[in-house]
Design a protein around this ligand. Structure first.
Ligand code: K1U
Ligand code: ZN
Length: 177
């Protein structure tokens, strides 16, 4: 198992539209294990392949308290949306920022699991929000795209400053980063 590097906004690679997966094999299953490890370690409740620079339609989610309800979605498609809900969202690619986003309240999503078996879930609450957030990633969209340009640019500038600071720290002698 391996922990993967997560891309940060405004990295352009986060804007890539992921491609459908046609072959589900042991290599892909090993990558899915790495994605779960990366998500739990972050910690987060979801992770889309786009965020780890793998541009295929794959995402993992676990919204349970005990991290014991892992869900893997391959080629996910939302087939039904109902109602509207405002919920605070975070993003591992936009670390440290949490903002309210409007999403569908109840959704039906169909996908393939890691064995290639089709399944369908109708859900609401945090899982519904997380599924919509992760599918947005696969389409190259981020939660900051729902904010005003002013807020989005403030977040971008702060994250660019932090990335620069981190890069400078790494080049200093005796750095433990
Ligand atoms: O896709 C991602 O960047 C993961 C993101 C998912 C998400 C969170 C909240 C609403 C919608 C989608 C996160 O996991 S951010 C971190 C987070 O919310 C969290 C971390 C630890 C415990 C509980 C929540
Ligand atoms: Zn995210």
């Amino acid at each position: 198992m391996a922990k993967l590097d997560i891309l940060h906004f405004p990295d352009k690679r986060l804007r890539t539209k992921a491609k459908e997966i046609s072959n589900i094999d042991d290599d892909l299953r090993a990558f899915i294990s790495d994605m779960f490890e990366t998500m739990y370690d972050a910690p987060g409740i979801g992770l889309a392949a786009t965020q780890v620079n793998f541009h295929q339609r794959l995402m993992v989610i676990d919204v349970s308290e005990e991290n014991d309800e892992p869900l893997c979605f391959i080629n996910p498609v939302i087939t039904h949306k109902e109602g509207v809900e405002l919920m605070q969202e975070g993003c591992l690619s936009v670390p440290g920022f949490y903002e309210d986003v409007e999403r569908a309240e109840t959704i039906t999503v169909k996908a393939l699991d890691k064995q290639g078996q089709a399944f369908e879930i109708t859900t609401d609450g945090l899982l519904a929000v997380c599924v919509q957030h992760e599918i947005d990633h696969l389409d190259g969209k981020l939660f900051v795209d729902y904010l005003s340009p002013l807020k989005r640019n403030r977040i971008r500038k702060k994250l660019e400053r932090m990335e620069k600071e981190l890069a400078a720290q790494k080049t200093r002698p005796n750095s433990t980063l």
